[in-house]
Design a protein around this ligand. Structure first.
Ligand SMILES: Cc1cc2nc3c(=O)[nH]c(=O)nc-3n(C[C@H](O)[C@H](O)[C@H](O)COP(=O)(O)OP(=O)(O)OC[C@H]3O[C@@H](n4cnc5c(N)ncnc54)[C@H](O)[C@@H]3O)c2cc1C
Length: 464
């Protein structure tokens, strides 16, 4: 069958954004700002909704996240986007509650003064982990451009206990990954920079953690009252893009005039032409689309592995929860539940009429867990939650299970260099940019920044 051509308006610039997650939408929004009202901006999204890993549902009468729940407010991009699309008044911050660690069936305070679980002073974590800083040789820990795994770094400098009891649970909450395979440069870029100046890990941590001279630090996290879906909807509206849902892009080609893609259902494909393309999809589809364009870039992306997680949410009418934001569990505890968030305590805007708890299960290599049916996963989560809290929990008034298969990219050492090489190779192909969690960072703020940079690169090129 000959694909039908989607005709554009002659003389109008057209940019196709592939992927309607927050990266693609942030890119579309920036493109609108840069290219003006006449540009055609198309967002092709394979599923029937925008947002990707951001998805808010009505649960027990409250807007509850099934995927990402918070924005990093310590960096400006996500918060800045929320303000730019009219959600400044809806930005809310978590209550000042501490997280806990679940150790030996007890919840204990997660020590203060750390960076992703790495202490600035071994004494701060003495109650939890046997931490001794190894003697150093006076040389910076990392040379410029050098990378190593978080596991190798922390094990060598502070010992197994700090890694297993503090750093791994912390990183498991974000990456669900294997600390011995996660790149320091990619997952802790600020620390990696500091490691080029310090011979002691704790000194590098302290340099980053030093409070600003002019007073207390602003809140580190935020979310949107009403749910992060509002950020998705508002960004999409402000971008004034043509949103095409259910539109899987299956082929990507460079032409003498720009780009063309084959998209849509196999029996009824369409061809979309564009002056430029922003590729904002996970690594596997990105690699597949790039194979015919630039095999080197495709190879770099196809090497990014993904971890899967399952989330259970429970709503309780009456339940006794500790005054904490939640807890993390080291893998050595042998539990399926790796973390829990006491959502209605952590986020006061959710109200406390019903207590909502989100439980996360699954580390890298535990994909089989996602095959269990909902009832089994909910039962396991509820039973283990009770074990962590030290008492049996009442029947929840509502519960749900969400599976995120292959959702969290794992950046192994050398990731940033491979991405840089992929971009360099793509620079020979005018008008294509790659962006998103597959390449530039898992957090929403990093994804927003990535989408905006990609849009700026494309706009600079089209303006030139
Ligand atoms: C359970 C979970 C909890 C998380 N919690 C947090 C958190 O609290 N805070 C935080 O900052 N981050 C969190 N994250 C990470 C963050 O949500 C994601 O990294 C980020 O949303 C990814 O955005 P993205 O646009 O790059 O990719 P995605 O959200 O994956 O969007 C990519 C889009 O591309 C579409 N697509 C794929 N292939 C094609 C194709 N061929 N054609 C067209 N469209 C295609 C997909 O359907 C998808 O909608 C969490 C992630 C998960 C899974």
């Amino acid at each position: 069958m000959t694909p039908a051509r989607v005709t554009g308006t002659p003389g109008r610039t057209r940019v196709l954004v592939i992927g309607g997650g927050i990266t693609g939408l942030a890119a579309a929004h920036r493109l609108r700002g840069r290219l003006g009202p006449d540009a055609e901006i198309i967002v092709a999204e394979q599923s029937m909704r925008l947002g990707g890993k951001i998805c808010t549902v009505d649960f027990a009468g409250r807007p509850v996240e099934t995927g990402a729940e918070s924005l990093l407010a310590a960096r400006p991009e996500a918060i800045g986007l929320a303000r730019a699309v009219g959600l400044g008044d809806a930005i809310v911050h978590p209550a000042a509650l501490k997280p806990a660690l679940s150790l030996g069936g007890r919840l204990v305070d997660f020590p203060a003064g750390h960076m992703m679980g790495i202490p600035g002073d071994p004494a701060d974590v003495a109650a939890i982990a046997d931490a001794k800083e190894r003697p150093d040789n006076g040389l910076p820990i990392l040379e410029p451009g050098q990378d190593l795994s978080v596991g190798a770094l922390v094990r060598a400098r502070l010992g197994d206990d700090v890694l297993d009891r503090l750093v791994a649970p912390m990183l498991s909450g974000v990456y669900a990954g294997d600390v011995d395979r996660l790149s320091v440069r990619a997952v802790m870029p600020q620390l990696a920079d500091a490691l080029e100046r310090h011979s002691r890990l704790t000194e590098a941590v302290n340099e980053i953690k030093r409070p600003p001279a002019d007073g207390p630090r602003p809140p580190v996290f935020a979310t949107i009252d009403g749910g992060l879906d509002r950020l998705v909807t508002a960004t999409s509206a402000a971008a004034r893009a043509e949103i095409r849902l259910g539109m899987t892009v299956r082929e990507l080609r460079q032409t003498p005039y720009g780009w063309e893609v084959i998209a849509g259902p196999v029996p009824d494909p369409i061809k979309i032409t564009a002056d430029a393309v922003v590729l904002a999809v996970p690594a596997t589809p990105a690699a597949q689309l790039l194979r015919a364009v630039e095999p080197q870039a495709a190879a770099a992306l196809s090497g990014v592995a993904y971890a899967s997680v399952a989330l259970a949410a429970f709503a309780f009418e009456h339940v006794d929860l500790p005054e904490r934001s939640g807890f993390l569990t080291p893998a050595s505890e042998g539990k399926t539940v790796k973390a829990a968030t006491f959502a209605s305590k952590k986020w006061p805007h959710l109200g406390r009429r019903r207590q909502i708890v989100r439980v996360s299960m699954g580390r890298l290599g535990e994909e089989a867990l996602l095959q269990y049916d909902d009832a089994t996963l909910a039962k396991t989560a509820l039973r283990e939650l009770g074990e962590h809290l030290g008492h049996r929990l009442p029947e929840p008034v509502d519960q749900r299970i969400d599976r995120w298969g292959g959702a969290l990219p794992q950046y192994t050492p050398g990731h940033l260099a491979r991405v840089a090489a992929a971009r360099e190779a793509l620079a020979d192909h005018r008008g294509i940019a790659i962006a998103g969690a597959a390449v530039d960072g898992v957090g929403i703020a990093a994804c927003v920044a990535s989408g905006q940079h990609a849009a700026d690169d494309i706009a600079d090129l089209l303006d030139a």
